[in-house]
Write a protein that binds this ligand. Sequence first.
Ligand code: ADP
Ligand code: ADP
Length: 233
Amino acid sequence: APVLHAEGLVKTHYGEGAPAHAVRGVDLCVRQGEFVAVTGPSGAGKSTLLHLLGGLQRPDGGSIRLDGERTDAWSEARWAVERRKRIGIVFQFFNLVSNLSVADNVELPALLAGCTPKQARTEREQLLGELGLGGKERSMPGELSGGEQQRVALARALVNHPPLLLADEPAGSLDSKGTREVMRLLSRFHQRGQTIVLVTHDARLASAADRVISFFDGRIADDAELDGTGASR
Ligand code: ADP
Ligand code: ADP
């Protein structure tokens, strides 16, 4: 079964003013090992789509399957548990716990998922070392640059080896150096087999993926495989 299979997804936001039809009927199948970028202008509904795929928002219609398993009946609590194990998420603004050290931020999801403290520490040391943050483990998030904080967020998202990584504008608040860094890391994890769905309004960043979905007005307008040179096949 594909890692992710969404059918007929619909989501409308009701706030002040007119309802926002953010996602208007989306079918999306992501296979193991794919790196899919979802791109499109601001307001197209990309972020809402990602929130639906990660169970952070519930669809008004349609269904989502993870590894073939239906999620329709999952409660919020069940989503929270499953997210920890099978869906890593990174956001534009990192969302690290500001009063926990870098090490504790990364270990927390492992401990919550039932790892022993020793296992959590081993995983944390390995990931942070690999991400070039071995010397920052005792730092607090606020002491780090944006690029470093996003690397910590990436370590936290991957500490439980989730089959799926969702990234919502992960470079959106970084300078060009931080952007290159986070994109290089996404590519590296992809090369090792990590399945990734990246949401970005930046078409240049989308070209790091091997499949680019153009999102417009709540719908998929185009879905193209790339050949690795950034050009459509
Ligand atoms: P994108 O990520 O492509 O910029 P979003 O998914 O953030 O698009 O937004 C899609 C549409 O839904 C926009 O019109 C936005 O204003 C609206 N929207 C998103 N979230 C909410 C919300 N919580 N309440 C009301 N409207 C929302
Ligand atoms: P992010 O891209 O960081 O996930 P979102 O675009 O989803 O952020 O929006 C951040 C917060 O603002 C969310 O709680 C979202 O529901 C809300 N939001 C986004 N767009 C609107 C909107 N047009 N009206 C009201 N709330 C919105």
